[in-house]
Design a protein around this ligand. Structure first.
Ligand code: F6R
Length: 242
């Protein structure tokens, strides 16, 4: 595990964008695993800037996103499909045929989870997976559990996640209760993993995940066992790391 400590959120985004840009430079047809939420916004802004400057191109890149809310159509302004289009895809010229995200409206949830795992396999796996981390240590929507769940699955969101995500919705009742998420095996099979975190609010989570035991009660802790894992944290999020 490598740790890159940065001064603040913007620098965290720049460092993560540089790692992704290096990946695309070395392998222009990379498969990138992507995340949503507040953490990756500065990373995506820096990537868009690198594309504008002509330093990198997403022309041959394909993407798979970690998760999607069950029940939200791709056009809903709180769906992760919409988030990705407006915060990255449209600005770097990634058209829908080269991006993938679980279908929140799938009729048959089990079939959708199987389809997603087969899709990742058919792309040859993920070259670089970008992750945020939930306050309870979740990655994707792999919530604390007694076991590490392997493949893509439907998950009931915990109260802590619903509380954390309600800021994006008009009312708490509007926050979907279920999501599809890649599983821990999907994430661990990525050839490189980069997790970004910023702010004092994440400090305790970061210390539990990366300076404590590996346990499914803190799902991100399994990344300690990944062969090519980089943690990019700002000073506040790193403040409780030894
Ligand atoms: C989002 C995702 C989640 C978030 C996590 C942190 O696709 O998979 O695990 O990364 O909930 O969210 P933020 O960045 O909003 O604190």
């Amino acid at each position: 595990m490598r740790i890159i400590r940065t001064e603040n959120y913007e620098q965290m985004g720049r460092q993560a964008a540089n790692l992704i840009a290096a990946q695309i430079t070395l392998k222009p047809d990379s498969v990138l695993g992507l995340a949503t939420g507040s953490s990756p916004l500065s990373t995506y802004r820096h990537l868009i800037e690198l594309v504008r400057q002509g330093d990198i191109s997403f022309d041959r890149v394909r993407t798979v996103n970690l998760d999607e809310y069950v029940g939200l159509p791709a056009g809903h302004d709180q769906s992760y499909a919409y988030f990705m289009r407006t915060n990255l895809f449209d600005s770097v010229g990634l058209d829908a045929s080269r991006t993938n995200i679980p279908n929140g409206l799938a009729q048959d949830g089990d079939a959708e989870c199987r389809r997603y795992d087969e899709l990742i396999a058919s792309l040859g796996g993920i070259d670089l997976q970008l992750l945020g981390i939930g306050l309870n240590g979740h990655i994707g929507f792999n919530e604390p559990d007694d076991v590490f769940v392997q493949g893509t699955h439907k998950v009931k969101l915990t109260d802590s996640t619903i509380q954390a995500n309600k800021r994006f919705f008009e009312k708490e009742e509007d926050v979907p209760r279920y999501a599809y998420t890649m599983g821990i095996r999907d994430i661990m099979q990525a050839r490189r993993v980069v997790l970004i975190a910023s702010g004092k609010g994440k400090a305790e989570t970061i210390a539990r995940a990366f300076a404590g035991p590996v346990t499914p009660r803190v799902p991100a802790s399994i990344l300690q066992l990944h062969k090519d894992f980089t943690l990019v944290v700002d000073a506040d999020a790193a403040s409780l790391l030894p």
